[in-house]
Ligand binder design. Sequence first.
Ligand code: NAG
Ligand code: NAG
Ligand code: NAG
Ligand code: NAG
Ligand code: NAG
Ligand code: NAG
Ligand code: NAG
Ligand code: NAG
Length: 677
Amino acid sequence: MRVLLLTALFAVARGDPCAYIAGKKWVSPAEARACLNAFPVDPLVKENTIQVLNKTLAFHTSTYYQIQAPPPFENDIQEDLHADLARISAKEDYNSEFELHPDLFRAFKRVNDGHCVVINYCYDSLYVSYLPTPLVFLTQPDGQQNVFIAPEAFDVASAEFGDEIEFWQNALPGKLKGQLESLSGAKVLLINGEDPFKAVNKNALITGSYQSFGTRQNSFFASYYRGDQGWLYNMGNFAQQVHPLTNSVELTIMRNNSGEIDVLPYRSRFGSQSKNFTDSASYRANNCVATNYTNGYDLYDASTSSSVTSTSDPKPITYAQQQPRLNPSDIRRHPVNVLLDATPLTDIDLPQKMQPPNPALNESYSVAQFYLMNDNTTGVLALGSFSAPNFMVFQASLLAGLVELKARGARKLIVDVTNNGGGYICIAHWLHRIIIGPKRSTEPQAGLDSSTRAGPLAQLIVQKIKEGADPSKLLSYNPSQWTNASHVPFELGTDWLKPLRKLEINGHQDVFSQRLGQECQPFEVDPPDEGLFEPENVVIISNGRCASSCSLFSITMSKREGVKTVVVGGKQGVPQQYCGTVGGQSTDFSTIDTEIKSTKLKNHTLAPPDLLSNVVQGITWRLGFGIDDKEEPEEWQDHPADINYPLTVETVNQPVALWEAIAKDVFRVSQFVVQSS
Ligand SMILES: *[C@@H]1O[C@H](CO)[C@@H](O)[C@H](O)[C@H]1NC(C)=O
Ligand SMILES: *[C@@H]1O[C@H](CO)[C@@H](O)[C@H](O)[C@H]1NC(C)=O
Ligand SMILES: *[C@@H]1O[C@H](CO)[C@@H](O)[C@H](O)[C@H]1NC(C)=O
Ligand SMILES: *[C@@H]1O[C@H](CO)[C@@H](O)[C@H](O)[C@H]1NC(C)=O
Ligand SMILES: *[C@@H]1O[C@H](CO)[C@@H](O)[C@H](O)[C@H]1NC(C)=O
Ligand SMILES: *[C@@H]1O[C@H](CO)[C@@H](O)[C@H](O)[C@H]1NC(C)=O
Ligand SMILES: *[C@@H]1O[C@H](CO)[C@@H](O)[C@H](O)[C@H]1NC(C)=O
Ligand SMILES: *[C@@H]1O[C@H](CO)[C@@H](O)[C@H](O)[C@H]1NC(C)=O
């Protein structure tokens, strides 16, 4: 090991550290870092990035709220992003651009809002670091909870990593060499010599995406989810990392009843969305500079828009969106509310033997799979996203699948939204409406009223549209897209942001639009006249990682209909939230830039400049109003799971076994002991 590493470093020192790793699928984290670290900060590029981020924050609804969130998140969100940007702007001693970027990246991560992120494809997931030992957190028969190497670790790693598994086999010490498989299922006593939860909690401070500490703890561990094409496996933050910052980890484990210490090296794999290079120059050219799709464009200028619209290449942000690739023609018609992550959705398979053995009902489509359990009375909707490649087919399949479950005798319904990062807003409204039926809580509004931030530049965009700047009604600031609080569509030519709501948020004056209603109903397909399941016979389960449109659905089902929520696998005594990152509608810099350019406001002093580097910035564009506290955003209100359901070696990452256990325990409410209190 040591000899190998020295040889590598010697080669790196001699020449171009990027040429050294070019074309290699797997490298060591140190080799990846040598390349990434080889570029000093360019003050012009730094200033440009900070200006774009800072000015785009004026369109992010939550900038001032996130300076200090209210209870129960008062300790989780205390981030002033404008102050971070001022600090980073003034700091001049970054040794490299790769030292600067994580400072920006992590500042944004600390708002714990999966819509508000900054991702630079030059660094984030350029190389993804892996260990062959994903971890799980299990409750033993005596009630004790411990960290374990996932029982399926070797199956997953050997299928996914192919020949590279030999590297780890050979890296194991002494008589363990070649015995990687024997680590699967071992109890983890220490990580780097400390209680494993030291590492879990350290990660919870940087992983972002969810307000709740408990959910961020859960992100450390491996989990499953339903993808567009099949059942997938999320390695968790221990075994999969977005930057090549860690060389190795020391695990003290209990295996075959004897304790031992193993040092496992991380290996860094060239990212699935990274662009090939041969040396430093081509690494930078292909991965680090703005592409034709990084910035917005003027929809009404044929010469600038053609280079963007003529391509079928996905927009850069789609790599970060935690939803399947969408049909481009659906995107403008159906707004989304979706989580962004610097790691693209994985395509690591859940091992076959852990997947549901029986075929799903034929009505299933993509991320929505329907199963009737063996008791013939419990139906399951496994829903990995609120987006699927074809909006209309997806919408129809959700109704057809639930109707078919009912026709086959299902009276109870489990909706499994594990790792559901959201998606189409109107699919969240639709699913709520069809399960519950027509009621005051579902018609015409089955989601949340919302409001958008109405700073000076947003107001000017609306003014320009009022003066005729968007004749084809293409822009997000066009009144034709939205309704007022009585759900009446705004007429063309109205200044729909007004009357403005002037607020003081954490000591800052802020301005928002009037309260907005919903734009989903009437739906394009008729919903049934009656509800399909009684609310008391429905439970929503997940690992807490249910965000955006998944939050819109779960919150309205829980708070308005009384549907029970279950989070699996959380630590005892830590409050578990059934969702996080609520938002209302999410968007990004390039979309806002298109609004600005199309209304000819790019020269305005408040307009962000064009980005020079390969960066995407996500924001929350509309914020949903609360259900309990109706005048405040739902975003930072409490979403406590009714039950923290323990995972065991029999149920972890085995959806059917888990659904059976939950059907047995959770539907018999009175006999079940709530774990989390
Ligand atoms: C960011 O924008 C605010 C106004 O919203 C301004 O006061 C501040 O100076 C800007 N910061 C930087 C680093 O440009
Ligand atoms: C550990 O125990 C398993 C059976 O539980 C056995 O197959 C394996 O060979 C043992 N490994 C070692 C290194 O003793
Ligand atoms: C990038 O390199 C890999 C491995 O060398 C190759 O399989 C792949 O086709 C290349 N991709 C492109 C777009 O050239
Ligand atoms: C980017 O746009 C320019 C024209 O503006 C075009 O010549 C070029 O081919 C485009 N690049 C890609 C990768 O599409
Ligand atoms: C699905 O359709 C196929 C062919 O149409 C049929 O053979 C099968 O029985 C159906 N399965 C279910 C679960 O309905
Ligand atoms: C469920 O239905 C199937 C097919 O109708 C039947 O074979 C099975 O015995 C039923 N199971 C129970 C628990 O009633
Ligand atoms: C919405 O618009 C309709 C039609 O202009 C109006 O009658 C209604 O009062 C408005 N609702 C609100 C809450 O402003
Ligand atoms: C911005 O200003 C420059 C120079 O003042 C001018 O050439 C350009 O046309 C303006 N662009 C827009 C979109 O108004």
